[in-house]
Design a protein around this ligand. Structure first.
Ligand code: ADP
Ligand code: MG
Length: 691
């Protein structure tokens, strides 16, 4: 329940002075629905408005001039601006309006009146001019023009200055709140109270105040991280408190493991032991296995499912795409059948009798394992006793989907798999309510992928070498560039690349992209997997995790446009077979410094965890590309990269507070609950782990 003291902050944005019917939707777009959202909207920059004489005004800078209105010069022809000539003791200047000029200006600012005017000064020859001044006020009101002005995100029809005014209005509604931060931490960091920090956020007086590492911004970031950590700690406790069937390690799984044509890696064994501990504990498992592409997650999941089957219960393995689901079934069916466990595939393509037969097998328990796609969520899919849900590429499923799956059983154990290693520093924030196992060891015998960067100008050479390799029996992926925001353009680029490559390499070039009908996509992928296609031209939608061991070459066009994590994922699709593999990063010079750094890191290492760590460093406080992919929450004030040192402190503090005061009933606990309400991080006990 929301405490009354927060009501003004959770009122709709329209309750703020100056937000009328027309403005409200724009404010909602920029900030959010509630006053609180404006309060937590951080400025992106700072404008200073130094006061200067006309003659000293600097071209291109925003300045305030103290002037006398000298003359009105109405527009003399269509398209020409309405102008006002202004003067001070150093000379003349002009104000101009292309829109909104007119007689009303002459009325409001008669010739001879003293005015303060502020805006960006431009010079045409010697003439200083301000087009569409930000402020034009009577001299007595000059103090209304702020000397320092925070710049806010804006949108068409809602200028940054209006957002600023509204944010200051929101600030007025912010009450003083009891402190939730541990006093020693406040002292150590030299932090101000919550309200004082917000005041500084919205009334910065220097560039340093805008920075993510300014004390007030860090404090506000900490608030958000702390609120989130409290919620995750509570959620984790709630999951643990839920009883679930205790599933012991079984002879069946042991036999399946013994029958594998290889030894499990140390990391796989450790992970299996961790999963086994969870399953046997009698409490609901909620575990994520993180491991690079090729680290062997599937077999780990399979052995867990064998234990579940041996106890007479059922499992599902959810894949984000049909191709992956098929591939999983092919991997699992044989080894599971050998130990008497039957697995079926259920996808959107199952229809009619076949589908009914499969549903019957799940309902009466004949099928112990169901591998499938979203089709498994449908209402008529009923299990006899669903006890384990394995979710592959977990970030590709939404909370609602996981919840629906959860509802199909009783206290279903959750095992999520992710091929997006995330740095340890971020685990707490992205995945704080899950237990984590890391597959940080590759199966033996994998040769490193020879990675090189080549400018696009040398494409001809690349194709010639590819030609040779294909003639020698190799297979290659050719990834076409990422086009920001436009799948249509991406597809077009891939199509024309496929045509070009076909001209040079012959018909052995296939094409797959996200806009193809699924059946067609599957057919192309199957042809590639079976070696009937030599080069697979693809947009980035090519499913992560697709296993084609014979593919040993990965060409990535415009590699500089991809994030580090994504490049690493793409490269992970080669180097799975016996042959020496190569990854060719084609780039368009000149490379930015960070682009160069990214390509260098890829050449230096194949360790996904290390790459993730370096990625975070490189991106610093900038925009976290691929953040969604790694399940990072959408923070308002915290920046997981810039404030990463605060994450661990917040996690520790959240645990400490909840250990002392599980019900959050002490004065500090109560303050902490108010904080959670402020950020909407409530412990809802659902299955919304990570993502
Ligand atoms: P992931 O899902 O983690 O990307 P997979 O489970 O698809 O990886 O495994 C990749 C390949 O490695 C598969 O062909 C699998 O049979 C093989 N594999 C898994 N574990 C081992 C191991 N310990 N030793 C050798 N090969 C393994
Ligand atoms: Mg996989």
């Amino acid at each position: 329940m929301r405490p009354e003291i927060l009501f003004p902050l959770f009122a709709e944005i329209a309750t703020l002075k100056g937000v009328g019917g027309k403005l409200a939707p724009l404010v909602v777009k920029v900030a959010g629905e509630r006053v609180r959202d404006l309060l937590f909207l951080a400025p992106s920059g700072l404008i200073e408005r130094p006061v200067r004489k006309i003659a000293e005004a600097v071209e291109g800078e925003t300045q305030t001039l103290i002037v006398r209105i000298d003359a009105h010069l109405p527009s003399h022809r269509p398209g020409a601006p309405y102008r006002i000539r202004i003067a001070d003791e150093t000379g003349f200047g002009f104000l101009s309006w292309f829109k909104g000029g007119g007689a009303h200006l002459a009325q409001a600012h008669p010739v001879g009146s003293d005015r303060a005017v502020s805006g960006k000064v431009e010079r045409f020859g010697v003439e200083a001019q301000i087009a569409h001044p930000d402020y034009l006020v009577a001299l007595e009101r000059a103090q209304d023009i702020p000397r320092h002005e925070a710049v806010y995100p804006a949108t068409a029809g809602l200028p940054a200055r209006t957002v600023r005014r509204l944010a200051l209005g929101a600030l007025e509604k912010a009450p003083e709140l009891d402190e939730w931060i541990d006093p020693p931490l406040m002292a150590r960091e030299g932090w101000a109270g919550w309200r004082a920090a917000l005041e500084r956020l919205h009334a910065p007086v220097s560039e340093a105040d805008i920075a993510l590492d300014s004390p007030h911004r860090r404090r506000l970031a900490y608030d958000e991280l702390f609120a989130h950590q409290l919620a995750m700690t509570q959620r984790k406790a709630a999951i643990r408190a839920e009883a679930a069937p205790a599933i012991p390690h079984s002879e069946v799984a042991a036999r399946a493991q013994a029958a594998l044509p290889y030894q499990l890696t140390g990391a796989q064994r450790r992970t299996l032991a961790e999963i086994g501990g969870d399953l046997a504990s009698g409490q609901r498992m909620s575990r994520l296995v993180q491991g690079d592409v090729g680290s062997g997650k599937t077999v780990v999941a399979m052995l867990a499912m064998a234990d579940v089957a041996a106890s007479g219960r059922q499992s599902v393995l959810m894949a984000p795409t049909e191709i992956l689901a098929r591939q999983h079934l092919e991997t699992l069916r044989g080894p599971l059948a050998d130990v008497g466990v039957s697995a079926i595939l259920l996808t959107g393509r199952d229809k009619g009798v076949e589908r009914r037969e499969k549903l019957a097998a799940l309902a009466d328990g004949r099928a112990a394992v169901a591998v499938g796609t979203h089709a498994l969520f449908q209402d008529d899919v009923v299990f006899r006793d669903l006890s384990l849900a394995v979710i592959d590429e977990q970030h590709r499923f939404g909370v609602a989907e996981r919840r629906r799956l959860h509802a199909k059983g009783h206290a279903v154990h959750l095992l999520a798999l992710s091929a997006t290693p995330i740095p340890r520093t971020l685990e707490l924030t992205a995945l704080g309510d899950l237990d984590i196992s890391r597959l940080d060891e590759k199966p033996p015998g994998r040769k490193p992928v020879a990675t090189s960067a080549t400018p696009t100008a040398r494409l001809d050479e690349v194709v010639a070498r590819l030609h040779q390799a294909l003639d020698g029996g190799a297979q290659a992926f050719w990834i076409c560039p990422l086009v920001a925001e436009s799948e249509v353009l991406e597809v077009a680029a891939a199509e024309s690349r496929a045509v070009e490559l076909r001209e040079r390499l012959g018909p052995r070039v296939g094409l797959v992209h996200g806009r193809m009908p699924p059946a067609e996509k599957d057919a192309v992928m199957a042809a590639f997997a079976e070696g009937r296609i030599g080069v697979l031209v693809a947009t980035t939608v090519v499913e992560v995790g697709v296993n084609v061991p014979n593919a040993s070459i990965m060409v990535i066009e415009h590699a500089e446009r991809f994030g580090l994590a994504q490049l690493h994922q793409l490269r992970g699709r080669v180097g799975r077979g016996a042959a020496q593999s190569a990854c060719l990063l084609l780039y368009e010079p000149p490379l930015s410094i960070s682009g160069q750094a990214r390509l260098n890191i890829l050449r230096e290492t194949e360790d996904g965890f290390l790459i993730a760590e370096r990625d975070l460093e490189l991106r610093g406080g900038g925009d976290l590309l691929g953040a969604r992919q790694s399940g990072l929450p959408d923070y308002k004030l915290a920046d997981p990269a810039a404030h990463r040192d605060l994450i661990a402190i917040a996690a520790k503090d959240a645990r400490a507070l909840l250990a002392r005061d599980p019900g959050l009933v002490s004065p500090r606990g109560e303050a902490a609950r108010t904080l959670q309400e402020l950020f909407d991080w409530r412990p809802d006990g659902d299955w919304s782990a990570a993502g």
